[in-house]
Design a protein around this ligand. Sequence first.
Ligand SMILES: [Fe+2]
Ligand SMILES: [Fe+2]
Length: 195
Amino acid sequence: MQHKYYIKTLQGMLGNKRLEHSLAVSETAAGLAELYGADRQQAAVAGLLHDCARDLPGEQLLVLARENSVPVDGIEKIMPVLLHAPVGALLARQQFGVLDQVVLHAIEVHTLGDETMTLLDKIVFVADKAEPGRKFPGVAELRQIARQNLDRALLCCFDAAIILSVRRGDLIHPRAVQARNGVNIFNRPAGNCKP
Ligand SMILES: [Fe+2]
Ligand SMILES: [Fe+2]
């Protein structure tokens, strides 16, 4: 019932493709939650709402962040699209009535990651990249790794994002590097991806 309300509200906020992606992330996250012993419902909600602010223009993201005391750093000023994650968490609370901090945090860190990530944070982060609609070289391998070793899948996602940023000549947010280094820093998961 709640899901139906969320989907109806999302229909007014997102284009069709983004909505489809959100539904797919929700399902993928729920599946990973079952596999890794996280709460299926929390994963489904965080997956569904993770991109709720993704279709807002950069200027609006900056305004919403400023009005609601969401911290904005220099890189986010240049690349406000990064704010769709923390502003998404804000909208999930304000517009969707989500009060669960675990869910809100997973939405908040789904773009850059964080130095320390909860199981749900990791699940939503990986589900965002591994959902069935994603098409990029290595995605089949990522889907397989996601079901075998969540930390390794997370590391693959971080590596691929950093490599892509370098190739594009984009700025790399320090939090993306901290998040990458934070994956089992003393016990790095075995195996590599070929992003
Ligand atoms: Fe996103
Ligand atoms: Fe997404």
